[in-house]
Design a binder for this molecule. Structure first.
Ligand code: AMP
Ligand code: GLY
Length: 422
C-alpha cells in the first residue's frame, strides 16, 4: 500500500516506523514529517491544512490510505474532505473530533449520558462565572473551550485567578473559542487509556501515563508532555471494565445517535480515584509522547490493524502486545514551553544504540544534511525492556551520549513506577 501520514512530531515518527516495518507497505509519504521520518519515508513539505494541495498529492502518489496524526486537521474536517473525494482515511470526522475540539461539547455529552466527570459549568460571560463560584470550592479549573495547544487549562487557587484567566478567554486569548468551562478540581492519579474505533466496534490500544509539567517533581507550567511510560500499572481489569462501561460505550453511543459514529484512535484522559475512573478529557488521536511508548509494545502489524479499522473489521482481528515495558524522555529546547531558539543538534546517527533503544524525532529538520532542532520538543529518547528502573538508566545514558548543550529534560520520568529513585 502507499500510505500518507499527516503530522511532524514524535508521534508521527513512531507511527512511520511501524508502517515502515510492515510488509504491506510500499511507499510512505509524510506531510510534512521531520528529519526522522525523512530517513524511512518521503517527506512532502507543505501544510496539510491546505486540503486542495493535499488532494493533488494524494492522487499524484496514488495513496491508498491517509493517516491523520494531530488534532488540528481533524477538527478542521480533513477526514470529511478526503472522504467526500473518495479517499480512504483513518481518523474521526469533524463532528466526532469535537470531543477534543470543544470541551463544552464533550461535557454536554457527559451530562446527557451520565458519564463520570468533574462537575462543571459552560460559561459565556462573567455572570456565568460568578454563578459557578457561589456553589463551588477552590481550587477551580478554568478551561478554554477550543483547542489551545496545551495552554488552555489553569488550576486556580484563588477567585481572582479564576476571574483573570476567564476574562482573558472571553476577550479572545484563544482564537478557537471565546467560551470556557469551569470545573470542580478532581484529585487522584491520572492515566491515559487508548482505543482504536471503527463504525462497528472498538479495541484496546494501550495505556500510558505522561508527565505534563515542565519541571521535575511535577513543578512549573504544563507542556505537551515531557515523557511517558506504558503500560499504566494503575489500570487493572476491574477498572478497565468500568472505563469501558461508564465512559467509552456511552460516548460512542452518543456519537452514533447523532449519525456521526466515531472512527480512529480515541484517547481518554482519566483521573482515577478509589479505583473509579472520571473523564478529564478526550483526545481524538494518539497521545504525544504516549504513542512513542505504546507502539514499540505493539506486536501486530499496524498497517493490518489500520486497514481492518477503515474496513470496519476491527472485531475480526486480534491485536497482540509484547509483555514489555516502554518509556520515553523528551529532550527539549531550553526555554520550552516559553520561547526558545532552534539550533544545530549533535550528529546522532553515529550513536551506538542497543536494539531496545530508539530515538524518535519530534521537532527536527535537516538542512544541508545537518540536523537542526525545529520546535520545543525535539527528540524522544525511548527504551523498551522488562524493568522501568533499568529502562530509565539506559535512557539517561543515551541522553548523556547525545550531549546536546542547548537541550534539557526531566530526569524523573516514571517516578510513580520507579521506587528508590537515585
Ligand atoms: P485537559 O486539557 O483537560 O486534559 O487538562 C490538562 C491537565 O489539567 C490534565 O491532564 C490534568 O492534569 C489537569 N486537569 C484538568 N482538569 C482537571 C480537573 N477537573 N481536576 C484536576 N485536574 C485537572
Ligand atoms: N501528551 C498529551 C497529549 O498528547 O495530549
Amino acid at each position: 500500500m502507499n500510505i500518507a501520514l499527516i503530522g511532524s512530531g514524535g508521534r508521527e515518527h513512531a507511527i512511520c516506523q511501524k508502517l515502515y516495518e510492515s510488509p504491506l507497505t510500499k511507499n510512505i509519504y509524510c506531510i510534512p514529517g521531520n528529519a526522522g521520518t525523512e530517513k524511512i519515508a518521503k517527506n512532502l513539505n507543505f501544510d496539510p491544512l491546505n486540503f486542495k494541495k493535499l488532494l493533488i498529492a494524494v492522487r499524484f502518489y496514488k495513496i491508498d490510505l491517509v493517516i491523520i496524526g494531530p488534532e488540528l486537521p481533524l477538527t478542521k474536517g480533513i477526514v470529511d474532505f478526503l472522504q467526500t473525494n473518495n479517499i480512504n482515511v483513518f481518523g474521526p470526522n469533524k463532528y466526532a473530533a469535537k470531543l477534543e475540539g470543544s470541551k463544552a461539547f464533550m461535557k454536554n455529552i457527559c451530562k446527557k449520558f451520565k458519564i463520570p466527570t468533574a462537575a462543571f459549568k459552560i460559561c459565556k460571560n462573567k455572570t456565568d462565572v460568578k454563578k459557578f463560584l457561589i456553589n463551588n470550592k477552590l481550587p477551580i479549573v478554568v478551561k478554554a473551550d477550543g483547542l489551545a495547544a496545551g495552554k488552555g487549562v489553569v488550576i486556580c487557587k484563588t477567585y481572582k485567578e479564576v476571574e483573570k484567566f476567564s476574562n482573558e478567554i472571553f476577550k479572545g486569548k484563544f482564537k478557537s473559542s471565546k467560551k470556557l468551562v469551569l470545573e470542580e478540581f478532581l484529585s487522584g492519579e491520572e492515566a491515559s487509556y487508548f482505543l482504536i474505533v471503527d463504525k462497528k466496534s472498538f479495541a484496546f490500544f494501550g495505556s500510558a501515563q505522561d508527565h505534563k509539567r515542565v519541571g521535575e517533581n511535577e513543578k512549573g507550567p504544563n507542556t505537551g508532555g515531557m515523557g511517558a511510560y506504558s503500560p499504566a500499572p494503575i489500570i487493572n481489569k476491574d477498572l478497565e471494565k468500568k472505563i469501558i462501561q461508564r465512559i467509552i460505550e456511552p460516548t460512542l453511543k452518543a456519537l452514533k445517535s447523532k449519525n456521526n459514529p466515531y472512527t480512529g484512535f480515541l484517547y481518554a484522559g482519566l483521573m482515577i480515584k478509589n479505583n473509579n475512573p472520571y473523564l478529564i478529557e478526550y483526545n481524538v488521536r494518539m497521545g504525544d509522547p504516549e504513542c512513542q511508548v505504546i507502539l514499540p509494545r505493539l506486536d501486530t502489524d499496524l498497517v493490518k490493524i489500520l486497514k481492518a479499522a477503515t474496513d470496519n473489521q476491527i472485531n475480526k482481528i486480534k491485536i497482540n502486545w509484547k509483555n514489555k515495558k516502554c518509556m520515553t524522555t523528551v529532550l527539549c529546547s531550553r526555554g520550552y514551553p516559553g520561547s526558545y531558539k532552534n539550533s544545530q543538534l549533535p550528529n546522532i546517527d553515529n550513536l551506538k544504540l542497543s536494539k531496545n533503544s530508539f530515538i524518535f524525532h519530534a521537532g527536527t529538520k535537516l538542512k544541508n544534511n545537518l540536523l537542526f532542532s525545529n520546535g520545543g520538543r525535539v527528540l524522544n529518547i525511548t527504551e523498551i525492556g522488562n524493568n522501568f528502573s533499568k529502562i530509565r538508566k539506559n535512557i539517561l545514558n543515551n541522553i548523556k551520549k547525545i550531549n546536546w548543550k542547548k537541550g534539557f529534560f526531566r530526569k524523573d520520568i516514571g517516578w510513580r513506577v520507579i521506587k528508590n529513585i537515585k
